[in-house]
Design a protein around this ligand. Structure first.
Ligand SMILES: *[C@@H]1O[C@H](CO)[C@@H](O)[C@H](O)[C@H]1NC(C)=O
Ligand SMILES: *[C@@H]1O[C@H](CO)[C@@H](O)[C@H](O)[C@H]1NC(C)=O
Ligand SMILES: *[C@@H]1O[C@H](CO)[C@@H](O)[C@H](O)[C@H]1NC(C)=O
Ligand SMILES: *[C@@H]1O[C@H](CO)[C@@H](O)[C@H](O)[C@H]1NC(C)=O
Ligand SMILES: *[C@@H]1O[C@H](CO)[C@@H](O)[C@H](O)[C@H]1NC(C)=O
Ligand SMILES: *[C@@H]1O[C@H](CO)[C@@H](O)[C@H](O)[C@H]1NC(C)=O
Length: 403
């Protein structure tokens, strides 16, 4: 599915107590591409360049991503150019063509994230000494992508095995981390147990991880007959949950649960450039070209993202891409929006960038700006019943302006 060609050799030196400090050389697969997350825009308006496909199969493709060079912001980074592989049904977008391709599951403009499926690294033994393996890593220097440190971790599955992840953080600093998983049988572990070192383990990954590779240090001698395969992956937090049977059978875990690969959340950004100081003119090549949009610094690595201003939604990377959110229409569409855009017992009126909550005749603001109440509360009615003249002093209705 990915990353099987254009490999070159890389090396790094794990320095660990108890582990042999030999120079470790292994295969590096060049490049990976991104992952995506649905933007959740509530309207049908296109998120892609005019005349360009806005979907591949079931996956929306918002600009700066696009299918083909003319539909993507390829001049900013050629990795925004995706291919739509229609030999599969339904078709799947793929990133990283031609060096190394990964399947794109979804793209989020709002969070600057892409979810991709990445093959699981593994080594399998069919005797005490003979094995097959797939290790290797990624080189992301020239791509807009970096694995998200908050939304992924490094997970290792196996008995008596240490999984290692090593590479480059940013331009200069070296990085090695890993974790050890122990077990001497499969029976004393329970499904759903946390990956805390019995059957599986986890390690955090850092920001700015531009290059990384995975390898194993294990002693299979006493375990290979019940636990023939060891797995390691950078994967989305919350995706993997331990099952005893993931330890047994040759490639059982991959065949059952990770056939297309494991999901990784990649942070992407416009890497070339940065947000301008307030008050400065926008240069011609700035990516945030829609009215009612703003620039936000990337939180992993260099560069920036564009966002629609509050009360607007759509695609800030397109001319007029950010359009007014019709909060009142959304309220009618789905009750979950009644909490998001409250207007209790009032009439909702959409405005550019916001909405008005207007109280009907006989009601007034409930004091929260987001709702109305009867002109007379029960207590007031009681009082008014006794002193009928007072009611004339209460205003008939009020407008509340929100946003
Ligand atoms: C990005 O940077 C390169 C050189 O580093 C430059 O040639 C290119 O014009 C820049 N592109 C944008 C869109 O700023
Ligand atoms: C499209 O998908 C098929 C099946 O997974 C794969 O063999 C082929 O290499 C893919 N094409 C491209 C261009 O990645
Ligand atoms: C795990 O189970 C094996 C036998 O199934 C037993 O020998 C071993 O002591 C158990 N280990 C732990 C840590 O409970
Ligand atoms: C692996 O474990 C076996 C038995 O537990 C031991 O004899 C052997 O020396 C170990 N191998 C290494 C490389 O540590
Ligand atoms: C398995 O092979 C290792 C060396 O790779 C050796 O140290 C160990 O004794 C062997 N274990 C068995 C049970 O043959
Ligand atoms: C990541 O790299 C950028 C520059 O490329 C740097 O400003 C930032 O401090 C780095 N962040 C971390 C966590 O290393």
């Amino acid at each position: 599915m990915c990353c099987l060609h254009t490999c070159n050799m890389g090396s790094w030196h794990p320095v660990m107590p108890g582990a042999s400090a030999a120079l470790v050389v292994f295969i590096v697969c060049i490049s990976f591409p991104a992952m995506a997350a649905a933007a959740g825009a509530s309207s049908d308006r296109s998120m892609s360049l005019p005349g360009c496909p806005d979907k591949c199969g079931d996956v929306p493709i918002p600009y700066p991503f696009g299918i083909g060079e003319d539909c993507a912001a390829a001049s900013r980074n050629n990795y925004f150019n995706l291919i739509c592989n229609s030999t599969i049904d339904p078709p799947w977008p793929m990133v990283g063509y031609p060096e190394a391709v990964a399947e794109v599951a979804d793209i989020s403009l709002e969070h600057g994230e892409m979810r991709v499926l990445s093959p699981v690294r593994h080594i399998c033994f069919n005797s005490n000494t003979t094995s097959t393996k797939f290790t290797g890593g990624y080189q992301l220097q020239d791509t807009p992508f970096l694995p998200s440190p908050s939304r992924n971790h490094f997970t290792v599955i196996g008995c008596k095995t240490m999984g290692l992840i090593g590479g480059q953080k940013g331009a200069a600093s070296q990085y090695v981390a890993g974790c050890y998983s122990y077990c001497d049988g499969v029976n004393n572990m329970s499904d759903g147990a946390p990956c805390a070192g019995m059957g599986c383990c986890e390690a955090a990954i850092p920001a700015n991880l531009t290059t990384f590779e995975v390898k194993f240090e294990m002693n299979q001698s006493k375990v290979w007959d019940f636990n023939p395969c060891f797995y390691a992956m950078v994967a989305e937090v919350g995706w993997y949950n331990f099952r005893q049977q993931d330890l047994t059978g040759s490639l059982g875990f991959m065949n059952d649960r990770a056939q297309g690969g494991a999901p990784i959340i990649a942070d992407w950004a416009i890497r070339n450039g940065s947000c301008l100081e307030e008050g400065k003119d926008t240069p011609n090549d700035h990516a945030c070209i829609s009215a009612n949009s703003y620039c936000m610094a990337a939180n992993n690595g260099p560069g920036y993202l564009c966002q629609c201003s509050k009360g607007y939604e759509g695609n800030p990377y397109l001319l007029n891409g950010c359009q007014d959110t019709d909060e009142c229409a959304l309220r009618k569409q789905d009750t979950k929006y009644e909490d998001l855009y409250p207007c209790r017992k009032g009439d909702c009126h959409n405005t550019l960038g916001g909405y008005l909550c207007k109280c009907k005749t006989g009601k007034r603001s409930d004091g929260t700006k987001f709702g109305c109440q009867s002109l007379h509360s029960p207590a007031e009615k009681l009082v008014i019943g006794k002193h009928r003249l007072c009611k004339q002093f209460i205003s008939v209705h009020s407008f509340i302006y929100i946003m």
